[in-house]
Design a protein around this ligand. Sequence first.
Ligand code: GUN
Length: 279
Amino acid sequence: MTQIIDGKAVAARLRSSLAARIAQLSFKPGLAVVRVGEDPASGVYVRNKDRAASEAGFASRTIHLPESTTEAELLAQIAALNADPGVDGILVQLPLPKHIRSEAAIAAVDPAKDVDGFHPVNAGKLASGLPGLVPCTPRGVMHLLAEAKAKLSGARAVVVGRSQIVGRPMAQLLLGADCTVTIAHSRTADLPGECRRADILVAAVGRPEMIRGDWVREGAMVIDVGINRMPDGKLKGDVAYEEALPRAAAITPVPGGVGPMTIACLLENTLEAALARRA
Ligand code: GUN
């Protein structure tokens, strides 16, 4: 029987264990989320983060700046949060309006408060095998692999997608767990063939059902990071789920797989940043 990995349940357990740890502290770890402009999807994400953070006992605040905010104004806001002792974690919601360079905003966040793990210092630490803040979605995937009792040491892992946010840090985490890692992408010569070699297949391409069932090795673990909104409003992953299901040993559904882990790991990063800053 294929194991369907219940990300919603794993995320709920992680959030309640964080809440229990926070209840023991003499302070509330602080999370600041900065949103610029009116991207509707960002509005939903930011509200969900704020609610989850408050429920778990964080001091959460959202700073919503107008679309007309200049890059200099955003950097000044980030500098103020860097200097604020009550703020342990800063997240600048992406995408930003086109006139603001996201790399400038990311680089402006104090690496010790960079709970997205996007700052080049944290990306460099991860690539060097040093401790630092790790991007939330790949961190969530590692929790799900642990939940599914994946044997990582020596396993062949194939990550499809090379983004800064998921693919690259995902590959680094799997390498750190002693997998033999391949990063495949849109220019990979034989993508189905690369996928068929995978004991652990992580799909993070952002194209609905691009990974077909016959690309999945019998007994592989399949982690689907894709969240693709279809014209009918439904969500689809990057993996053709029904096709892959009978072949996989374990698989994450969409929705209810990786998605719920991202916010839980944001909270985990914020608690970690808060404890490290006070150590
Ligand atoms: N927009 C979509 N996902 C993310 C994320 O993980 N972090 C940030 N900052 N913005 C996002």
